[in-house]
Design a protein around this ligand. Structure first.
Ligand SMILES: [Zn+2]
Length: 612
């Protein structure tokens, strides 16, 4: 039996608050924006209403043909939310959107408002840029969410017809073609799991096998942009557009797991190792180049010019999670945690209604020009991929917490949650309580257990240098190392295990091969990366003037102004070059805040990497 996700509910604490804001502010805001931007109207046009199609174009004049996917991602989020608890207003908005999606679908199953309304041409005529399969992929993922969370199969009926249409056109016996934007592959595997119909899995495998044969051509940015330069099982490194590569590899892991294809899985793991070691920001952000939203060369990780699209961090969470399920290796859970807390969460404001598309690790005080997307968060984007992607990710966070198999239950992410997991001989129920990420104590009470012994495994993050585990047997706490700390025993209901992770402030040095931040350090605590922001500087100080005064240690300090329980870091700083004594500058301290919380008090100067 392979490991699978368990039923979980996040009950309180940090992630519960992010979910609450997402449900009550971000998702309703999303529906409002889908109406205002014309994205829902575009589906009304496809369904036969009169009017003009609304879609923005990028700087090269390319009109965005993929806006339907924003509706699907929003619907996926609402599916997870309604599965957690009813909400009549949210349900009414979703009913409206589902009705539009169903009405827009052609009788033969084809569904894409841009092609149906704007080009009027035959379907699948522009596989390179049309995003038609990409959109169906998001439709399928929304349909799977509604099926799993609610047993509501209205969207599933639409998704099956759309997938059947694609399968007739591009499946075995059809023509050879792949989408310029991967994403449908992982969705098709899920559709097979939900329906039992193997043709969708076969189509996913076929799309993976056909990529890398040059079917898409070079396009504007070269064949690597859409990973069509080398076969999926042969490419040694990630390449091209970051989100495309990461979504493609999500599909590759899903297909590899379903078909028992170890070679395909190994190819993804090889690419991931290279990605993690050479092309990932400290924040878990990926994709450093603006021009084509691509990975840079190895160690090309500039903090000020970073792209680090929010969607790429989300895709990093999705891929890390799939690799964790496929291999059980704790390092993937570490990567999920880093990307979630420091790459995904910064994408949305604490209020839940302003978003970052681009996530730089530095913003300068003096800036005559900066790359598009830097600066203040925006309420929406002409290319609005990130906001609804955040919504569905936050709505489904509990899926990333734990897995179980015959031998027991593994907790991968620490959050206050009630869990229900199948193990050999019955069901395990756990009540996990923690102040994570602000405090490192995780208490796990077993509230229901079968008679047979099983193993409780708790992840000790790779960043943690000192941790203890206390079992219910009366023994003294024992030191545990990074990885999974295990307690195997015949459990009794009411027994408690306690994991204590020490959370000192860590001063992190960059890899010396990252030229852009050589001579700097970053401050971290627990899973969180911190940054200095101009709002927290001593009076009359410009951020760029400061360096860390390494004679004095940084210290954790409460920051109630940023939310309940929030912990900041007091960073001793000095002005000017190291070694130059400055009169009256002793004792100067700057407050560092968690990077996810930056740009909530105006987006002035900010930096993660601080000179020493
Ligand atoms: Zn995006």
């Amino acid at each position: 039996m392979t490991a699978g996700p368990v039923r979980a509910r996040i009950v309180d604490g940090f992630l519960a608050e992010r979910q609450r804001v997402n449900r009550h502010h971000t998702i309703p805001h999303g529906f409002d924006q889908l109406e205002r931007s014309g994205t829902l109207d575009n589906l009304r046009l496809a369904a036969g209403a009169g009017g003009r199609y609304r879609a923005s174009a990028d700087s090269a004049g390319f009109t965005f043909p993929f806006l339907d996917s924003d509706v699907y991602k929003w619907l996926e989020a609402v599916g997870w939310e309604l599965g957690r608890a009813a909400d009549p207003a949210l349900a009414a908005a979703a009913d409206e959107a589902i009705g539009l999606v169903a009405a827009a679908q052609r009788p033969d199953g084809y569904l894409n408002s841009y092609v149906q309304v704007v080009t009027g041409g035959p379907p699948l005529a522009d596989l390179a840029w049309g995003h038609e399969l990409y959109c169906v992929g998001h439709l399928v993922q929304a349909a799977v969410a509604w099926h799993r969370a609610l047993g509501d199969d209205r969207l599933l009926a639409v998704a099956v017809r759309a997938a059947d249409h694609l399968e007739r056109e591009l499946g075995p016996g059809g023509r050879e073609g792949v989408d310029g934007h991967p994403g449908i592959e992982m969705a098709l595997v899920e559709l097979t799991r939900v329906t039992g119909e193997p043709r969708y899995l076969a189509l996913a495998a076929r799309l993976l096998d056909l990529r890398g044969k040059g079917l898409l051509g070079a396009g504007r940015f070269g064949a690597a942009y859409w990973q069509d330069h080398e076969p999926v099982r042969e490419a040694a490194t990630v390449a091209g557009h970051a989100v495309r590569q990461l979504y493609l590899d999500c599909g590759a892991v899903e297909v590899a797991v379903e078909l028992g294809d170890q070679g395909l899985l190994a190819a993804v793991q090889r690419r991931w190792r290279d990605l993690a070691q050479t092309r990932t920001y400290l924040t878990g952000g990926m994709g450093s180049r603006h021009r084509d939203e691509s990975f840079g060369d190895p160690y090309e990780l500039p903090p000020d010019r970073a792209y680090a699209e929010t969607c790429a961090s989300i895709a990093g969470v999705m891929l890390g999670w799939r690799l964790l399920l496929a291999t059980g290796e704790a390092g993937y859970a570490d990567a999920v945690e880093r990307a979630l807390y420091n790459g995904v969460l910064p994408g949305v404001s604490l209020t839940g209604t302003r978003f970052f598309y681009v996530n730089p690790l530095q913003r300068r005080t003096d800036r005559a020009w900066e790359p598009p997307g830097h600066g203040e968060r925006a309420p929406w984007y002409p290319c609005a991929c990130c906001p609804p992607n955040l919504m569905r990710t936050l709505s489904s966070l509990e899926r990333y917490l734990a897995t179980s198999d015959d031998t027991g239950v593994r907790l991968h992410q620490h959050a206050s949650a009630d869990l229900q997991a199948p193990v050999a001989g019955g069901t395990v129920r756990l009540a996990v309580r923690t102040g994570y990420p602000w405090s490192g104590r995780v208490t796990v009470e077993v509230t229901e257990t079968p008679d047979r012994p099983w193993t409780l495994s708790l992840r000790v993050p790779g960043w943690c240098r000192s941790a203890t585990l206390t079992g219910p047997d009366g023994a003294r706490p024992r030191a545990v190392a990074a990885g999974y700390a295990e307690l195997a025993r015949p459990w009794r209901a009411g027994e408690v295990a306690v994991l204590d992770l020490e959370l000192p402030v860590r001063v992190t040095e960059p890899d010396p091969r990252v030229d852009a931040v050589r001579g700097c350090v970053a401050f971290e605590r627990g899973p969180l990366v911190y940054c200095l922001e101009s709002a927290d500087l001593p009076p009359d100080t410009q951020l760029e003037d400061l360096r860390w005064d390494r004679r004095r240690a940084p210290a954790a300090v409460p920051r109630p102004d940023l939310g309940d329980g929030v912990v900041g870091i007091a960073v001793p700083v000095a002005r000017g070059p190291a070694g130059v004594a400055e009169a009256g500058a002793d004792g100067l301290v700057a407050g560092a805040v968690p990077y996810f919380a930056w740009a909530n008090r105006g987006a002035e100067a900010m930096r993660v990497w601080v000179p020493r």
